[in-house]
Write a protein that binds this ligand. Structure first.
Ligand code: AMP
Ligand code: MG
Length: 333
């Protein structure tokens, strides 16, 4: 069996270098099992980076599924736990987005991602009967929040991997702003990016979106300021068995990796937590439903890249993107 995980540090360097060259201070740290890069312009940038770095570690310690002292570990172990206000906020947002997306986004998908081996990297293809036996444990109705007490029923387990990085980017940005930073880029590789202000006067940050078929290359660039971009892609974590590729974004209704022709989804939204969860949800929905959802709900823009060499770009981004590579079609929707 072939196990493939794109080296996050490399991807991170590739993606953020596009927009963050020549910043005053820059640091890459490891948090939430990924590389996060902070690029800041202006005075006191080093102190601000240290404060944001601490915030990443603080949130990682609360939201991690594996750290034995985390809120999520205690919740999964005991079925109920008093959690910090940050954890409660992430769970509340996650459950709200589950309701909005009719369960396409679902933090209780966890026993399924475990069965496919994505948690401990023991990749395997579970039998259909195993998947069917797990499905009753999956469903956002199996998770509840009452004040700061979170609880799980029906053998549910939660993992905030589809939303936590976006929340962390938002929290770090709040800390930078409180320190007077008006120009910064915070990025977890291609997964979650938060831009504060412009790169320099009148010049937006330029973000490179990975080519989902060769993620060491750019697919297109996107100009942003004061907003977030989250990308979910089947290239980010996958394995191959008997010539078939299995990736880490699971359709909670079927129990199988979403298989609808999408290769990657990028969501641009002012709120990073929402951007992160929506990119995962839209990836599960597939291009048609995702575009329908965007038109109905609004408040965000999206780039959907499909395996028939088409990029669907919602109209609000038409002046912010570069051309698609040769051989690809770009359709503004
Ligand atoms: P992202 O890269 O933000 O799309 O998040 C992917 C991660 O979220 C996976 O590694 C899983 O931990 C988790 N996940 C997988 N499928 C789902 C889903 N349908 N809803 C919520 N989280 C998911
Ligand atoms: Mg996500």
């Amino acid at each position: 069996m072939k196990h493939i995980v794109i080296p996050t540090l490399l991807l991170c360097a590739l993606l953020s270098s596009c927009g963050a060259k020549d910043t005053t201070a820059r640091k890459t740290i490891i948090a939430m099992d990924a590389a996060a890069t902070l690029s800041i312009n202006g005075e006191n940038a080093d102190d601000a980076i240290s404060a944001a770095e601490k915030e990443f570690y603080r949130l990682d310690a609360l939201l991690s599924r594996s750290a034995k002292t985390s809120d999520i570990y205690r919740l999964n172990e005991n079925g109920s736990a008093a959690v910090s206000s940050d954890t409660a906020a992430v769970i509340e947002t996650a459950l709200g987005i589950s309701r909005e997306t009719d369960g396409a986004f679902d933090i209780t998908v966890t026993p399924l991602t475990d069965a496919w081996g994505f948690f401990n990297q023991n990749y395997r293809v579970p039998s259909d009967s195993e998947i069917q036996s797990i499905l009753p444990r999956v469903g956002y109705e199996n998770a509840a929040l009452n004040g700061n007490t979170a609880s799980l029923t029906n053998g549910a387990l939660v993992d905030l991997g589809g939303i936590a990085k976006g929340y962390a980017c938002e929290s770090a940005a709040r800390i930078l702003k409180s320190r007077g930073i008006t120009s910064a880029l915070i990025s977890f590789g291609s997964s979650s990016i938060k831009a504060i202000g412009f790169k320099s006067a009148g010049e937006p940050w330029k973000i490179g979106l990975a080519d989902p078929q060769n993620s060491q290359e750019y697919f297109m660039t996107l100009e942003i300021s004061d907003t977030c971009v989250a990308t979910s892609g089947s290239y980010e974590r996958f394995f191959e068995k008997d010539g078939k590729k299995y990736h880490h974004i699971i359709n909670p209704k079927t129990g199988y990796p979403a298989d609808n022709g999408l290769l990657s989804v990028s969501v641009v939204c002012a709120d990073g937590t929402r951007a992160d969860a929506l990119s995962t949800a839209l990836f599960v929905m597939g291009a048609d439903k995702a575009v329908e959802f965007q038109k109905k709900h609004g408040g965000f823009e999206a780039i959907l890249i499909t395996d028939d060499k088409t990029a669907y770009v919602t109209s609000g981004l038409k002046d912010s993107i570069s051309a698609v590579p040769d051989g690809w079609t770009c359709i503004i929707v």
